[in-house]
Write a protein that binds this ligand. Structure first.
Ligand SMILES: Cc1cc2nc3c(=O)[nH]c(=O)nc-3n(C[C@H](O)[C@H](O)[C@H](O)COP(=O)(O)OP(=O)(O)OC[C@H]3O[C@@H](n4cnc5c(N)ncnc54)[C@H](O)[C@@H]3O)c2cc1C
Length: 337
């Protein structure tokens, strides 16, 4: 039993903070290191959708791991209670051409999570400014949302309250800690298993003051979701690109894609942000023990790092405590083939 174990967490994104909080609440002495400013990572840039249903249908990640995504989502209400992360459970609506929408409908049915067909009047009520060309929608209440910046702030505050220390800096080795948790996003330095990670850069736009409904709007290759003070439209998928600098040339096409959903965006001002997702070959993160002694991994969550963070934290806390890490640990094991 490792109660009181000293743990270094490298990385203060969604996975690092959720893990640090779980470990501190289990009695570990935890220090989180990160060289970056608190929101300057993929977690701070993200849209914050907790979308087990539509991500499974739209991202082509397959239904095999739906159970993992649903289980991870269902851990969020506990974090809402413990850390004050605000969740919005209003759901998500897919809108688009008939053939595409039919694919969404049958995809949700195939998952055993049938959506509800919406007509124009209901769509209008749920989504301000929606294009009049969009007359039908498919709604799911399985998908929730959080505001990443609110969530990062709330998690940091809850960590501090639980005794977690924060340091600015890069971790290069475990040093004298009992455990090192590598929650380093797309970083590949701290364990051999991280070499499988590939970067997928993403740009996202924020439209300050733009009215937003509470439901997440999902279109073909684009989404529009509420964010603090406005609306976020995302996101590009740029496989193989690992630098997080903003390339402004992605703004106009992304805004045009958003304007196909909400025409009022066509001439609107926006701010553009970029982040780097880390992807594994099978789309699931690496969570659990590295073959490097004393090193645990929580990285590689691709498009679903916010969704999966509490589950990663639970598995890591169980590993440190020497407990059964639960039914999903084998599927997430960093050594899986
Ligand atoms: C545009 C965009 C939209 C997205 N939308 C969603 C969404 O709607 N829902 C969802 O679930 N996910 C979404 N994602 C994906 C999600 O953002 C990521 O999966 C998630 O943020 C990954 O969190 P993380 O903690 O693993 O990594 P990060 O947030 O990247 O954090 C890693 C941290 O580790 C630090 N670090 C790196 N190396 C070291 C080191 N050696 N020592 C110390 N610190 C180190 C970095 O500075 C960084 O702060 C989106 C991503 C992007 C880019």
């Amino acid at each position: 039993m490792s109660r009181g174990a000293q743990v270094t967490v490298a990385g203060a994104g969604a996975l690092g903070l959720c893990t640090a909080l779980a470990l501190a609440r289990a009695g570990c002495r935890v220090t989180v290191f990160d060289p970056s400013a608190p929101e300057a990572n993929a977690s701070g840039v993200a849209a914050g959708m907790l979308a087990p249903a539509l991500e499974t249908v739209l991202d082509g990640e397959g239904e095999r791991d739906l159970g993992i995504r649903l289980a991870a989502r269902d851990l969020w209400p506990a974090l809402e209670a413990v850390a004050g992360v605000r969740l919005d459970r209003s759901g998500a609506v897919a809108v688009g051409a008939d053939a595409w929408l039919e694919g969404v409908r049958s995809g949700l049915n195939g998952l055993g999570l049938p959506g509800a067909e919406l007509g124009r009047l209901t769509l209008e009520a749920l989504t301000p400014g929606l294009s009049t060309a969009l007359t039908r929608g498919m709604m799911t209440r399985e998908d929730w949302r959080l505001d990443p910046r609110q969530a990062l702030g709330a998690l940091r505050a809850a960590c501090s309250e639980a005794g977690v220390g924060f340091r600015r800096g890069v971790v290069t080795e475990r040093d004298d800690a009992d455990w090192l948790v590598a929650a380093t996003g797309a970083g590949r330095e701290l364990a051999p298993e991280l070499s499988v990670l590939t970067p997928i850069k993403g740009h996202i736009l924020r439209f300050e003051g733009q009215a937003a409904g509470r439901v997440s709007l999902r279109g073909e290759g684009v989404y529009a979701v509420a964010c603090a003070g406005g609306l976020a439209v995302g996101a590009t998928m740029e496989p193989g690109v690992g630098d997080a600098s903003v390339d402004p040339s992605h703004g106009p096409p992304l805004r045009a894609a958003g304007a196909a959903l909400i025409p009022g965006l066509a001439g609107a001002d926006y701010e553009i942000f970029a982040g780097v997702r880390a992807a594994t070959p099978d789309g699931l993160p690496l969570v659990g023990a590295s073959r490097e002694p004393g090193v645990l991994l929580a990285a590689g969550a691709r498009r679903n790092g916010w969704l999966l963070a509490p589950l990663a934290a639970q598995v890591i806390a169980a590993c440190v405590a020497g407990r059964d890490p639960g039914p999903y640990a084998a599927r997430l094991d960093p050594g899986r083939r």
